[in-house]
Design a protein around this ligand. Structure first.
Ligand code: ZN
Length: 305
């Protein structure tokens, strides 16, 4: 998000809300919801702002893959036009989406809700940068639904290259666990309910009806990825230890088992205290060898100064 544009936002600034599915083509929940709302937009229309519906990576949806050439959600700052014949598909899509958001910006600020699913036990997670407006909106969503977790990324490539960086504000909605390429009725309903809640909070924000958020609201601040240890040889393999599996957002104690090798050897946590792993054993991150990411729980007010 562009700090110079978001730091002065106040009530009523968001005039267009993009609801985006299919940023990753094998996360079908968001695609299905967006297509449904394209047929019947009533559930996502509000008086305070215009709603735009977008399937972000239709070619990856068609092939049921995360991306075609590269991750669209890491393509929004690398969007310099390349040679037409060699430009990655997602770089072109990032430019088209950025242009569409820029056109909408003529009416006022643009907010983006980006719909994702995870194979990890992420529950209902709002992913955002540390922009105070985004954090405030996320805290109000969590006030409506205490099971929601807020996962905030400090400035960096990962967050600055994502789709929401093309908007003036935004959150990602990450729901899991669900396998890639799969639709589940319960997950569809959870995602639709999450979008409704975000829209309701945005509308209250637009009408100036939002009180300050609870400063004690828990936020999980991203710190670092943890990578799989290298296998010792061709006969070795490493996977997440069964005691860590599905324990996303839970405190990780010193010495807790985190990995196991094929021969049964256990690898224990030796990092700093007070941390929680998230995106544990996420299928989409195998190609980057990321086993999980480490977050640190903080209170909202620690990020709002
Ligand atoms: Zn995704």
């Amino acid at each position: 998000m562009r700090a110079h544009q978001t730091s002065h936002l106040s009530a009523g600034d968001f005039k267009t809300v993009f609801i985006v599915g299919g940023t990753h083509g094998n996360e079908k929940t968001g695609v299905m919801l967006v297509r449904g709302w394209q047929q019947d937009p009533a559930p996502v229309q509000r008086k305070a702002f215009a709603t735009q519906l977008l399937v972000a990576n239709p070619e990856a949806v068609r092939t049921n893959t995360r991306f075609v050439d590269q991750d669209l959600n890491r393509s929004f700052r690398s969007g310099q036009p390349g040679e037409a014949a060699t430009e990655p598909y997602e770089v072109g899509r990032a430019r088209e989406i950025s242009e569409r958001m820029a056109a909408a910006r003529e009416r006022g600020k643009v907010f983006a809700i980006d719909l994702h699913t995870s194979t990890a036990n992420m529950g209902r997670t709002l992913i955002t940068n540390t922009d105070p407006v985004n954090l405030t909106l996320a805290a109000h969503v969590k006030a409506h639904d205490p099971a929601v977790r807020i996962y905030a990324f400090p400035p960096g490539d990962r967050i600055d290259n994502c789709l929401r960086a093309a908007a003036d504000g935004g959150v990602g909605l990450e729901i899991g666990p669900i396998p890639q390429g799969v639709l589940r009725h319960d997950v569809l309903q959870i995602a639709a309910g999450g979008v409704k809640c975000i829209l309701d909070v945005l509308e209250a924000h637009a009408q100036g009806e939002l009180p300050p958020p609870d400063p004690r609201t828990k936020v999980f601040l991203h710190e670092a990825h943890t990578y799989y240890p290298a296998p010792r040889d061709a006969s070795d393999a490493v996977c997440v230890h069964r005691d860590l599996q599905d324990r996303d957002f839970m405190h990780l104690a010193a010495g807790a088992p985190i990995f196991t090798r094929l021969n049964g050897e256990t690898i224990h946590y030796q990092g700093p205290p007070g941390r929680c792993p998230v995106f544990i054993n996420e299928a989409a991150y195998y190609h980057e060898r990321i086993a999980f990411s480490m977050v640190r729980p903080v209170a909202l007010h620690q990020l709002m100064n």
